[in-house]
Design a protein around this ligand. Structure first.
Ligand code: 5GP
Ligand code: MN
Length: 346
């Protein structure tokens, strides 16, 4: 039987010691939280509460409406909106769990609060190159999602007995969104075993899928139409990219999460191995970039090298401080350096 590594004994011991007596725990996800960030934080929240701890989830900023049905999400405190209340949670915390990120610069303005927090930190994360800020680090880049890791975390603590429908629904959601509905290469046989158990515990896959994906507004679909019209194919580099200007977003009443998944359409073009979307953000004065790839071309390295970003081998993000046109021009000028890598493997 093919089995993935679980949390190692040393980390398990450290966590057991930390959680031996009831603790005040704050759980944090990354900026611009996605399904895996919200799902893993909320899954862990219900788990820790059922073990008798006090728990509170804090997110750096707002998350998309299509995640707002997730069990317990109405208890989340958003730092950007309720700054003082969130600060208070960190002041009183014994333990801080950081989920679905591995460097403190991934939490935006919350970074300073985390850096000055006296609590003991635990990291659960599946991104590359983890920083060293936690007393217990559970990092595994082979994992499909942080949600899958929270399941293994519960297993390592010997407490899968408290797996409830609320936990299962949250964890299922993050595994589903981070694996592109169980199709990305990080989806292992173990991932499917975990999913099977989550369904047995009360996660309803059909409902979850509907709640996440069948929430299009006409504006969002029209924006997708614009994005597809704006797609440029560079066959010599097996690359496709999309641009969206702030004006195009404004014209379609853009809301957080509306562009989620757009980049995958570029990656679905026959022969394309590298797909990128550039999204102008006038408020932050940046261009936010998402990178996706197929095969061995590492968008994590590409994003780290050129765009102050990172992520996984096949999915990463970053940003540019240049304007949209200059960002695209620069991107095209970089590609010749990667011609060989982009031609390698099918
Ligand atoms: P997305 O393109 O969907 O925003 O993100 C793809 C992956 O890259 C996610 O795992 C996300 O956490 C990571 N990611 C996105 N933006 C950044 C960034 O600016 N820095 C780093 N280190 N990772 C990012
Ligand atoms: Mn994730």
């Amino acid at each position: 039987m093919y089995l993935r590594t679980s949390m190692n004994t040393e980390t398990t011991q450290e966590v057991k010691v930390l959680l031996k007596t009831p603790k005040k725990v704050v759980i944090v996800g990354h900026k611009n939280p996605d399904g895996d960030a919200v799902g893993s934080c909320m899954g862990l929240y219900f788990f820790l509460k059922s073990l008798g701890h006090t728990a509170q989830v804090v997110m750096p900023n707002e998350y998309p409406t299509f995640l707002k049905w997730m069990p317990g999400n109405d208890t989340i405190c958003i730092y950007e909106k309720e700054t003082e209340k969130c600060q208070q949670f960190f002041e009183e915390a014994d333990v801080v769990f950081t989920l679905d990120f591995n460097a403190l610069n991934r939490v935006g303005d919350l970074q300073e609060v985390l850096e000055n927090c006296d609590a003991k930190f635990v990291m659960i994360d599946h991104h590359q190159a983890p920083d060293n800020y936690a007393v217990a680090t559970y990092s595994d880049v082979s994992m499909s999602s942080t949600c899958e890791m929270v399941y293994h975390f519960m297993d390592a603590l010997g407490r899968l007995d408290v797996l409830s429908a609320e936990i299962a629904t949250n964890l299922y959601t993050g595994i589903m969104t981070d694996t592109g509905s169980f199709r990305f290469s990080s989806t292992s046989p173990t991932t499917h075993r975990v999913i099977a158990h989550l369904m047995e515990a009360g996660a309803n896959g059909t409902e979850i899928h509907n709640n996440i994906y069948d929430t299009n507004t006409p504006d969002r679909l029209k924006l997708l139409g614009i994005a597809l019209k704006n797609m440029t194919i560079l066959p010599e580099y097996n690359t496709a990219f999309i641009t969206l200007t702030q004006q195009e977003l404004d014209d379609h009443n853009f809301k957080k999460g509306d562009t989620e998944g757009f980049v995958n359409y570029s990656l679905s073009v026959l022969g394309i191995k590298f797909a990128v979307i550039f999204i102008e953000n006038k408020q932050e004065n940046i261009v936010k970039i998402s990178f996706r790839s197929k095969g061995s071309f590492s968008v994590n390295e590409f994003a780290r090298t050129h765009y102050s970003g990172g992520g996984h081998t096949n999915a990463a993000g970053g940003k540019s401080d240049k304007n949209l046109d200059d960002t695209v021009t620069e991107f095209i000028s970089i590609l010749p350096n990667y011609k060989n890598a982009l031609e390698a493997d099918a």
